[in-house]
Design a protein around this ligand. Structure first.
Ligand code: PEP
Ligand code: MN
Length: 352
């Protein structure tokens, strides 16, 4: 259930409601959402309890019976799709219905030259957001682990030079502050999707968060992870499907496009698709990127490298500059062709 307090209610009013609930052995979890003080409950309140609550707490405006275990993320709570605003000023980008975004850049930032070269390509191709890893979750401790804070600084400079918001992964709480200082979107990688303390920390950083789906996560687990971020009062969550574990080694993962459509029915949050990590193969990135546009996803994130054969990470799935140009054109053509099917009923904007 969700208890919504009247506009203008204070944290003290929230405390009062939580205390009243505690008096009848019900735990309420305060959150702030859509400009309102909200209290989330995992249990159901029957009609007697609701009537009692309205009497002892006159500031309770509404009690919503949301069946899904994720409350703030649910389409039951917010039937209209949300948008997330990323970046500042003239470079600001809206991620949400009616604006298919392309996030592109290298898997990992390797040097100033490599990043700026790629950023130029990304801009020229017409992509909107620059990606680049500074902290890399590598399977082997002996593989390149990323440039760290030095990489973050390069990413910020490249974003400024090409007037594009940036996205980069944060792997541990200790670096949330640094990543939030230099980047516009904090990415929580697939392997950390259920790192609950990290989810809280990125939520509290107050910046947009790109939450990747865990390789073996159900849609419900993914949305519960998003709920951790939303529960901190941060509404700027973008979901990213990046493939789940399969049994056929022909592709790195299995891109769950059906899951993307299904999750869009369950949540108002924007959903993008990463065909690079889903496939692990350059030749498959464009077809699946186009497929993402065809099913009504809100964007894609792809890896691109001017010299993929020299890449320190994920060269095999990094597309070439020319391929990125074709892909960007292609997704916009596909989006235009299917627009009438997915035309949103007026999107709800989320303040940055
Ligand atoms: C990435 O986008 O750099 C990445 C490591 O992706 P994932 O977490 O999906 O594996
Ligand atoms: Mn990668």
């Amino acid at each position: 259930m969700l208890i919504i307090l009247q506009a203008g209610s204070t944290k003290e009013d929230v405390k009062h409601v939580v205390a009243e609930l505690a008096g009848v052995s019900i735990t309420g979890y305060p959150a702030h959402n859509q400009g309102r003080e909200v209290i989330c409950l995992s249990q159901h309140l029957n009609i007697e309890l609701r009537t009692w609550l309205h009497t002892v707490c006159p500031l309770v405006e509404r009690v919503l019976d949301i069946k899904a275990p994720y409350k703030l993320a649910s389409a039951e709570y917010k039937p209209r799709p949300s948008s997330v605003l990323v970046g500042q000023g003239s470079g600001q980008v809206r991620v949400g219905p009616g604006n298919f975004v392309v996030m592109a850049g290298p898997c990992t930032i390797e040097s100033e030259e490599q990043l700026f070269k790629t950023a130029a390509v990304v801009k020229q191709a017409g992509a909107n957001i620059l990606r680049g890893g500074a902290f890399k979750p590598r399977t082997s401790p002996y593989s390149f682990q990323g440039m760290g804070v030095e990489g973050l600084k390069l990413l910020q400079r490249a974003g400024q030079q090409y007037n594009m918001p940036t996205v980069t992964e944060v792997m541990e709480s200790a670096y949330v502050e640094a990543v939030a200082e230099y980047a516009d979107i904090l990415q929580v990688g697939a392997r950390n999707m259920q790192n609950f303390p990290l989810l809280r920390e990125v939520g509290l950083a107050g910046k947009p968060v790109l939450l990747k789906r865990g390789p073996s996560a159900t849609l419900e687990e993914w949305l519960m992870a998003a709920e951790y971020i939303l529960a901190t009062g941060n509404e700027q969550v973008i979901l990213c499907e990046r493939g789940i574990k399969g049994f056929d080694p022909s592709t790195r993962n299995v891109l769950d496009l059906g899951g993307v459509v299904a999750v869009q029915e369950k949540t108002h949050l924007p959903v993008i698709v990463d065909p690079s990590h889903a496939t692990g193969k350059r030749s498959l990135v464009t077809p699946l990127g186009l497929a993402a546009a065809a099913i009504g996803a809100n964007g894609i994130m792809v890896e691109c490298h001017p010299h993929p054969e020299q890449a320190l990470c994920d060269g095999a799935q990094s597309i070439l500059p020319g391929q990125l140009c074709e892909l960007v054109k292609g997704v916009h053509n596909v989006t235009a062709a299917v627009r009438e099917i997915y035309e949103p009923i007026e999107a709800v904007e989320v303040a940055a």
